[in-house]
Design a protein around this ligand. Structure first.
Ligand code: HT7
Ligand code: ZN
Length: 859
C-alpha cells in the first residue's frame, strides 16, 4: 500500500456543491443512486476528468448531464469520468450487500437494522465520491424500504418529506442544509423507538431531541438524554456554541468499531455509550456516557462546522474536542478527580505509544491507512497540547482565540496551522516555537532540581525530547510548568507561578526563603511531560500528605511508589532499605485511608497504585513478571500493615446509601479499592468480603468491583459468583461483555486457559467488536497471561489478529501495538513477541491496516 504524505496535499480539482442519494433499502441488497452536481474548483488544476473514490463497488448506469455515458473507466477501485465542461451533473448507481459487510465501515447491518459508518473512508463503500474531507456538499437523501423491517428512516439534517406505498414500503426524504464532507454522512433504518425531549437554544430556537434504541432498551436512555441536554447548555455557556438544526438524533447500535460517531445531526453510538441503569452500568460507565455524548455533540462545531482539510489534521477536531469534553466533565464531576483520571489514561496509553515504534506527532507526516491514526497521541496528547495553550493564555483569552477560530473558519475545511494562528491572533500568544508540539513526537523529559543557599532557592530545569522513529534530532519545546514552593513547616505557599521552560536548560532564583522549601511542580499536570526530579522521599511523603494541588498530591504518592517498585525490580535492594521504603509508603497510605477531611472520590484516586504499563515505562527494558511480583508484594505489605484500616474503610463505605451523588459514588470506589489491597494480603478475608459485597450489591459498580476481585482469587466464591453473574445477566450484551473482560483481565494465574475456554463460549462472537475487545483487549493488560514467559499469550493475540483481519481489519490492527512493545521488554519475551509479529507479517493478503501496524512495529 502506498505511503500518503502530508506535504503532497493538493486541493481537489472539482467542487461538488450538491449530492442527492436515493436508497432502495434491503439487508441483503441495497441499491444506491447518486446524483452529483460538480463544478471546476478555481483553486484546482484544469482537469479533463474527475476521480471518484470507490471501495469494492461497480458502477451501474453512468450518465453525464442526463445522457448515458461511455466516457468513464475504472482505475483500481476508483471511477474516473471524463468531464469536458466547467459544470456537470453525474449520475450512477451502485449495489451493496449490508449483511455481508463485516468490516462495519460503509453501510452495514446490525441486529436487523441498517446503519452507516463513513469516517474516515467508509463513504466510498456506499457510492463513488471524492471521499476526502475538503470536498463539502449539501446532501439530500431519499430512502425507501419495507415498513415492517425499517419503520424508522433517519439521515442527516431535517426530515422534509415522508410517505408510504401500498406495497408495504415507505419512504422519507432528509435534507441537510449545512455543507459537509462525506465522512459525516449517515443513514439509519430499523425497528427503533425513541426517548424524546426538547432543547431551547440560547437564541430561542426549539430543537427536537431523540435517542433511538431497540424497544427493550428504552428505559436505559435517561442518563444519555440528560447528558446531551447538559452538553448543549454547557457548550453555549462556555464556548458560545449553539446547535444549528431543528432535530438532533442519536442512534445506538450493538456492532460498532469505535465509541461513537458525530455525523451531522445524526450521531451513531456504540450501545456501550448510551445505555445505563444502576443495575447494569457502573459509575465509570455513567461517566463514559456523559463524556462521549458530550464529545460527539461538541464535534458539531469542532469538526462539523469547522472540519479538517485532510486527515493529517485529525487532531484539529479530535484533540480540541477531547479537551472540550474533558473541561465539560471537569465541570460536571469535579476538576481534581477528572484531571487525575485523564492523566492516568495519557500515561498508560499515550506515553507508551510515544516511546515505541508507532510514535508519531499529533499531526502525522505520513500514513498508509488513516484508520491507524485514531490514536491516543492524536486524541489525548492533542488535547494536552491545546490545554497548554489555554494554560498560557488563561481561560478568557483562550475563549477569544476559539471564538476567532470558529468565526474565521466556519464552513471551511481547516488545518492545525489555522487553529494556531487563531490562537495567536485571538488569545494573544506567540506560538512560533510552540508549533514544535505539532511536529515532534516523543514525550519530553524534564529534569528538575532545587538548591537552597542563604535566603534563595534556585530551581534548575533541563529538557530533552527523545529520539523517535524518523526523528533523530529534536528541538527544545516550550513547556509551561505551574509550580509552587511550599513551606515545610506549614505546608503553605505564597501563590503559584507559571514558568515556561523553552530552552534546553533554565535556572530560576526565588528570594525570601530562610529554609529550603518543598517544590511542587507540574501542578495540575500543566504539561504532558515526564518529570524527573531530584527529591528526598521525605519530601515526597510531605507532598503526598500536604500539597494543596490535588493532582500534585496524587503525583507525589505515585512517584514515591514507582521509585520504590523500580528499585525493587532493578534488584540488589537491601532488605532494610526495602522495608523502610515500604513503611514510608504505608505511613502515607494510612493517612490517605483514614483522613476524614478527604472525600472518598479523591481518596480512591490516591489509593490507586501505579499501573503495570506505567511502571514499565520507567524502565529501559522491563520484565513484566518482575514488575507484577513487586507490585503484588507491595500491595500485600500494605494490606497487612493496614488491614484494620482497610476493613474499617470498607465497613464505613458500605454504610453509605446507594445513589448517584458524589458521596455514594466515592464510597463505592473506596470499597472496591479496599478489597483490591486485601486480596493481596489476606485472600481468604478478601474472598469473604467480596462475596458479601457481591450479594448485597444494588449497583453494578459494587457487583463488578466484587467480582473483579474474586476473578483474581482461587477460592470457591470465584466460580459461584461468576456463574451467578452470567445467569443473572444472560442476554444483556453489555453486561456479558463485562463478564468476559473480568475473567480475561484478571490476575488469576490460569488466565490463559480461561481465555481459551471463553473463546469457545457460545456467547463469544468474533464479528462483534465489543465482545472481541472485552475478551482480548482486557487480556493484553495481564502480566501473567499476555506476558506469560513461554509466549503463549503473545501467540494467542497473534492468532486473533490473523483470524480477525479478514473480518474486521480496523479492529484487528488495534491488537498489534501491545506486541509492538517488544523492544522495551526483556530479551526472552522480546524474541517471542517479535516472532509473532514476523509470523503475522509473513501472511499474504493482510489488510492495509494490519500490514502497516505490523511493519512499523517490526521496523
Ligand atoms: N470521529 C469518530 C471517529 C470514528 C471512527 C474512525 C474510524 C473507524 C470507525 C470510527 N468510528 C468513529 C469518533 C470520535 O472521535 O468522535
Ligand atoms: Zn471525536
Amino acid at each position: 500500500p502506498p505511503l500518503i504524505r502530508r506535504e503532497d496535499y493538493r486541493p481537489f480539482d472539482w467542487l461538488v456543491p450538491e449530492i442527492r442519494l436515493d436508497f432502495t433499502l434491503g439487508l441483503e441488497r441495497t441499491l444506491v443512486v447518486a446524483t452529483l452536481k460538480v463544478e471546476r474548483n478555481p483553486n484546482g488544476e484544469p482537469a479533463s476528468e474527475i476521480r471518484l473514490n470507490g471501495d469494492g463497488l461497480t458502477p451501474l448506469d453512468v450518465t453525464v448531464d442526463g445522457h448515458a455515458s461511455n466516457s468513464w473507466r475504472m482505475e483500481g477501485s476508483d471511477l474516473l469520468v471524463d468531464l469536458p465542461g466547467d459544470a456537470h451533473e453525474i449520475r450512477f448507481a451502485t449495489e451493496i450487500a449490508p449483511v455481508a459487510n463485516s468490516q462495519l465501515m460503509g453501510l452495514y447491518a446490525s441486529n436487523g437494522m441498517l446503519c452507516t459508518q463513513c469516517e474516515a473512508e467508509g463513504f466510498r463503500r456506499i457510492t463513488f465520491f471524492p471521499d476526502r474531507p475538503d470536498v463539502l456538499s449539501t446532501y439530500t437523501v431519499r430512502m425507501e424500504g419495507p415498513k415492517d423491517a425499517f419503520p424508522v428512516l433517519l439521515s442527516n439534517g431535517n426530515r422534509i418529506a415522508a410517505g408510504g406505498g401500498e406495497d408495504g414500503t415507505h419512504w422519507a426524504e432528509w435534507h441537510d442544509p449545512w455543507p459537509k464532507p462525506s465522512y459525516l454522512f449517515a443513514l439509519v433504518a430499523g425497528d427503533l423507538v425513541a426517548r424524546k425531549d426538547r432543547f431551547t437554544t440560547m437564541s430561542g430556537r426549539e430543537v427536537d431531541l431523540a435517542i433511538w434504541v431497540r424497544a427493550e432498551d428504552l428505559d436505559r436512555t435517561g442518563h444519555a438524554m440528560e447528558s446531551l441536554i447538559k452538553s448543549m447548555k454547557w457548550d453555549e455557556q462556555v464556548f458560545g456554541r449553539e446547535y444549528d438544526l431543528d432535530q438532533f438524533n442519536i442512534v445506538a447500535v450493538g456492532d460498532f468499531n469505535m465509541g461513537a460517531m458525530e455525523n451531522k445531526g445524526l450521531n451513531v453510538f456504540n450501545t456501550k455509550y448510551v445505555l445505563a441503569d444502576p443495575e447494569t452500568a457502573t459509575d465509570g460507565d455513567y461517566d463514559g456516557i456523559e463524556g462521549v455524548i458530550a464529545h460527539e455533540y461538541f464535534h458539531n462545531w469542532s469538526g462539523n462546522r469547522v472540519t479538517c482539510r485532510d486527515w493529517f489534521q485529525l487532531s484539529l477536531k479530535e484533540g480540541f474536542t477531547v479537551l472540550r469534553d474533558q473541561l465539560f466533565s471537569q465541570d460536571m464531576q469535579g476538576e481534581a478527580v477528572k484531571r487525575i483520571e485523564d492523566v492516568r489514561l495519557l500515561r498508560s496509553v499515550q506515553f507508551p505509544e510515544d516511546s515505541g515504534p508507532l510514535a508519531h506527532p499529533i499531526r502525522p507526516d505520513s500514513f498508509r491507512e488513516i484508520g491507524n491514526f485514531y490514536t491516543s497521541t492524536v486524541y489525548n496528547k492533542g488535547a494536552e497540547v491545546i490545554r497548554m495553550m489555554r494554560t498560557m493564555a488563561g481561560p478568557e483569552r483562550f475563549r477569544e482565540g476559539t471564538d476567532l477560530y470558529f468565526g474565521r473558519h466556519d464552513g471551511e475545511a481547516a488545518t492545525c496551522e489555522d487553529f494556531i494562528r487563531a490562537m495567536e491572533d485571538g488569545a494573544g500568544l506567540d506560538l512560533a516555537q510552540f508549533r514544535l508540539w505539532y511536529s515532534q513526537a516523543g514525550t519530553p523529559k524534564v529534569e528538575v532540581s532545587l538548591a537552597h543557599e542563604g535566603e534563595a532557592a534556585t530551581l534548575t530545569l533541563r529538557q530533552t525530547v527523545p529520539v523517535t522513529p524518523g526523528q533523530p534530532d529534536k528541538q527544545p519545546m516550550p513547556i509551561p510548568l505551574r509550580l509552587a514552593l511550599l513551606d515545610r513547616e506549614t505546608g503553605r505557599h505564597n501563590g503559584e507561578q507559571l514558568i515556561v521552560l523553552d530552552k534546553p536548560e533554565q535556572v530560576h532564583r526565588f528570594e525570601g526563603f530562610a529554609a529550603k522549601p518543598v517544590l511542587s511542580v507540574n501542578r495540575g499536570f500543566s504539561a504532558p511531560v515526564a518529570i524527573e526530579r531530584v527529591i528526598d522521599s521525605d519530601d515526597l511523603v510531605f507532598l503526598a500528605k500536604n500539597d494543596d494541588d490535588a493532582f500534585a498530591r496524587y503525583e507525589a504518592m505515585q512517584e514515591l511508589i514507582v521509585g520504590h517498585l523500580v528499585a525493587v525490580v532493578e534488584g540488589g535492594l537491601d532488605e532494610r532499605v526495602q522495608d523502610a521504603a515500604r513503611s514510608s509508603i504505608a505511613e502515607v497510605m494510612r493517612v490517605i485511608v483514614t483522613d476524614a477531611a478527604l472525600d472518598d472520590s479523591m481518596r480512591g484516586e490516591l489509593m490507586m497504585l501505579p499501573g503495570q504499563t506505567y511502571i514499565a515505562e520507567q524502565l529501559t527494558v522491563a520484565d513484566p513478571g518482575a514488575i507484577h511480583a513487586a507490585r503484588e508484594a507491595l500491595k500485600g505489605w500494605l494490606a497487612k500493615s493496614l488491614e484494620m484500616e482497610l476493613v474499617a474503610l470498607h465497613e464505613r463505605a458500605s454504610g453509605i446509601s446507594s445513589g448517584m451523588d458524589r458521596a455514594a459514588r466515592g464510597a463505592r470506589k473506596v470499597k472496591t479499592q479496599a478489597l483490591v489491597f486485601l486480596a493481596a494480603g489476606n485472600p481468604e478475608l478478601a474472598e469473604r468480603m467480596a462475596a458479601a459485597q457481591y450479594d448485597a450489591a444494588d449497583t453494578m459498580t459494587d457487583r463488578q468491583g466484587a467480582l473483579m476481585v474474586l476473578a483474581g482469587l482461587a477460592g470457591p466464591q470465584r466460580t459461584h459468583k461468576l456463574i451467578d453473574f452470567y445467569n443473572r445477566f444472560q442476554g444483556d450484551a453489555l453486561v456479558i461483555d463485562k463478564w468476559f473482560s473480568l475473567q480475561a483481565g484478571s490476575l488469576h494465574p490460569h488466565v490463559i486457559e480461561h481465555v481459551h475456554a471463553l473463546a469457545q463460549h457460545p456467547d463469544f462472537n468474533i464479528k462483534n467488536p465489543n465482545r472481541v475487545r472485552s475478551l482480548y483487549m482486557a487480556f493484553t493488560g495481564t502480566p501473567l497471561g499476555f506476558h506469560a514467559a513461554d509466549g503463549e499469550g503473545y501467540r494467542m493475540i497473534a492468532d486473533l489478529i490473523l483470524a480477525l483481519d479478514p473480518i474486521n481489519a480496523s479492529t484487528a490492527a488495534r491488537f498489534v501495538p501491545p506486541l509492538g512493545r517488544w523492544r522495551r521488554i526483556e530479551p526472552g519475551r522480546a524474541a517471542l513477541m517479535r516472532g509473532e509479529l514476523e509470523r503475522i507479517a509473513a501472511h499474504a493478503d493482510l489488510s492495509r491496516d494490519t500490514f502497516e501496524q505490523v511493519t512499523r512495529s517490526l521496523g
